[in-house]
Design a protein around this ligand. Structure first.
Ligand SMILES: Nc1ncnc2c1ncn2[C@@H]1O[C@H](COP(=O)(O)OP(=O)(O)OP(=O)(O)O)[C@@H](O)[C@H]1O
Ligand SMILES: [Mg+2]
Length: 219
């Protein structure tokens, strides 16, 4: 029987070297594969033993699996979010959302339809309506599949600060992306997306909009 704690979490190395860049991953045990990386955690799959699910493993000393598990419990079941199956001190077992992140869609020149933006807006409204603070929604935290949008990362929904990321993403989408993509299909090279990501992080820091406050939503 699969023991996620022993077979994955205690074997794999997930380290955060720079808090503003994706974590570093080593020693992935046989049978497991890397699905994606964020600045706090890495996500793994096991086709044979864990079909349709993924395991999000937090880097040591980064973020809190328990806080994200609480958010998933509050979200319960909603079409635009993943679902929580179980959790441990450093990991969550979640429903796998198939598809491509908006970041990868831009990189590969895959069209992002307006419906994806609408779905995310609705998912944000839903989270707000149940007392959560849906923030940190950016190109790597939204997945699209068959023209629908899904939010894959709810780790910061329990914090209290404001975050302009999704509002700014939408601005760029409606002002630049949508009018241009209608005229001609284009992809954005990885180096340019990374320059944009770094430039945006710097803008958030300098403008004071990226500040992380420690307060958590109560309850
Ligand atoms: N439920 C899921 N199904 C499929 N892929 C997922 C899922 N959750 C996460 N991923 C993939 O793994 C990547 C990293 O996961 P996630 O965004 O949760 O990590 P994070 O470290 O909390 O991110 P951030 O840096 O935004 O805080 C995502 O960008 C996505 O590509
Ligand atoms: Mg993320």
């Amino acid at each position: 029987m699969l023991d996620i704690q022993k077979d994955l979490v205690e074997q794999v190395t997930v380290v955060s070297i720079n808090p503003n860049d994706p974590v570093h991953v080593e020693n992935i045990p046989p049978g497991w594969h890397l699905v994606g990386k964020g600045n706090y955690a890495a996500v793994f799959g096991h086709n044979a033993l864990l079909p349709g699910k993924i395991v999000k493993v937090y880097a040591i000393n980064r973020g809190s699996a328990a806080d994200e598990a609480e958010v998933y419990k509050k979200l319960a079941s909603h079409k635009s979010y993943s679902e929580l199956y179980s959790s441990g001190e450093r990991h969550l077992v979640l429903k796998k959302l198939e598809g491509v992140t908006l970041y990868d869609a831009l990189r590969k020149g895959i069209y992002i339809p307006k419906q994806v933006i609408k779905d995310v807006d609705e998912a944000i409204q839903y989270a707000s309506s149940i007392g959560l603070n849906p923030i940190d929604i950016h190109g790597k935290n939204v997945i699209m599949r068959d023209g629908s949008g899904y939010i894959v990362d709810v780790s910061d929904f329990c914090l209290t600060h404001k975050c302009p990321r999704w509002k700014d993403f939408k601005k760029a989408y409606f002002l630049l992306y949508y009018p241009l993509f209608k005229k001609f299909k284009f992809s954005i090279p990885h180096w340019m997306l990374e320059k944009g990501r770094k430039g945006y992080q710097l803008y958030l820091r300098l403008s004071g909009k990226g500040k992380r406050k420690k307060e958590k939503l109560s309850g």
